[in-house]
Design a protein. Structure first.
Ligand SMILES: [Zn+2]
Length: 404
């Protein structure tokens, strides 16, 4: 029974994903669709055409990747997982788990690799966004894989220890919470510097203005860094990260050529996230979310254990089935997560305007972002509800124009 349910949810999720992609593409590239009024001064018909083409290329790749992943996952569910389990049965329980997760990780990595390579070196290259060389890519991959190996070596024994308990969801939930806090603390100081170079902001004039802004916003952010994002992309961003002493404001070097009032508006938006405690709220929300999912996983786990479903017996294999089951279902909660995220983005925009009293600068920065990142000017409403963690630029601009 549970076999049929798992296969059904996998198929329903992929079908729904592809449906949303096609719906969004047809809507956004339809010839009747016009440039939104608020974007008309920045977005020429040529740019609109280019952004439609960009969307088309990415959507096609996504549909192909979704379909491939579904086929591979169905094979693994029906045959792959049990076969892999049997392959390593002669070893100790810990080694079995390491080999099993290692094999799975390798399979998923290799299945995704061609899509990732095509996305970066063909699509992003074609539209002039990619600046990463093959060498940088290889270096990033080596570091990322090494990090995964280190974290797996630490976490797999913990997982096996947890699975020995009949009820493990609440212990797992406490550990997850601890791990998130730990990760947030080390991410800016230990992880991110493995990939990017961070230098303290040198422009004294700008530094002074940003520090003033931080002080006025009553945020406590001791350091401002510039990150060499341009080594990989031309896309633009800024963020506040870290907990306690590791907290910092990070500016992509790609936004350093913004006019200073626009740059300050973006910084004020990021400060808004901080002052309105969005990071803390996200950590709490995520913990509640994770607890619910872990509870469900424990439930599915016990069910598989009792019914001998899927013809597997080792705790790590049963765990993978319950994880796959619950993570597939959780896709249908994405609209809720993104709804909360969009609310926070509006709040941060509003904060930026309150702090700087300059909505025009934020509007202008958003228009620049649409133009330079070739953002989709006309996403389908349902696609926005499902996937957009930020309100569409057009909506943010309209909301900002109403604040006076
Ligand atoms: Zn934001």
């Amino acid at each position: 029974m549970i076999e049929t349910i798992l296969l059904s949810v996998l198929i329903v999720r992929t079908t729904w994903r592809i449906f949303l992609e096609v719906l969004n593409l047809l809507h956004s590239t339809s010839p009747q669709v016009e440039i939104p009024e608020v974007l008309k001064d920045k977005l020429t018909p040529e740019l609109l055409e280019k952004s439609k083409q960009y969307l088309k290329d990415r959507t096609k790749l996504r549909i192909l990747s979704e379909t491939t992943q579904l086929v591979v996952t169905i094979y693994l569910v029906l045959q792959g997982f049990p076969r892999l389990e049997r392959l390593f049965l002669a070893y100790s329980p810990l080694l079995q788990a390491f080999l099993f997760f290692g094999a799975l990780g390798t399979i998923f990595y290799l299945v995704n690799l061609p899509f990732r390579l095509y996305s970066i070196f063909v699509i992003e290259n074609k539209y002039g966004f990619n600046t990463a060389t093959k060498r940088t890519f290889l270096r990033d991959q080596t570091i990322a894989v090494s990090l995964i190996l280190v974290f797996s070596a630490l976490l797999i024994p913990v997982l096996l220890w947890l699975l020995k308990h009949q009820v493990w969801w609440w212990q797992a939930s406490i550990l997850t919470f601890g791990f998130i806090l730990f990760f947030w603390f080390i991410q800016p100081t230990l992880i991110a510097p493995l990939f990017y170079k961070f230098t303290e902001l040198e422009d004294e004039g700008l530094k002074k203005r940003i520090k003033e802004l931080i002080e006025r916003s009553s945020a406590k952010i001791p350091k401002i860094y510039v990150m060499n994002a341009s080594k990989r992309t031309k896309k633009q961003n800024a963020y506040v990260t870290g907990i306690g002493r590791s907290r910092r404001l990070v500016l992509y070097d790609t936004i350093m050529n913004y006019p200073s009032d626009e740059l300050l508006a973006v910084v004020a938006h990021e400060l808004g996230h901080h002052v309105k405690k969005h990071i803390q709220k996200n950590v709490i929300l995520f913990s509640i979310y994770a607890t619910i999912l872990l509870y469900l996983m424990n439930f599915v786990y016990q069910h598989i254990l009792k019914t001998n479903a899927f013809d597997v017996q080792r705790p790590h294999t049963i765990f993978v089935y319950s994880f796959l089951f619950v993570s597939t279902i959780s896709y249908f909660l994405e609209p809720l997560v993104n709804y909360l995220s969009r609310k926070m983005e509006y709040e941060a925009d509003l904060f930026s305007v309150e702090l700087l009293k300059n909505p025009a600068a934020m509007i202008s920065a958003l228009k620049r972002l649409v133009k330079e990142n070739l953002s989709n000017a006309n996403p389908h409403p349902l696609y926005k509800v499902w996937y957009y963690s930020h309100p569409a630029p057009e909506e943010r601009i309209r909301a900002l124009s109403q604040v006076q």
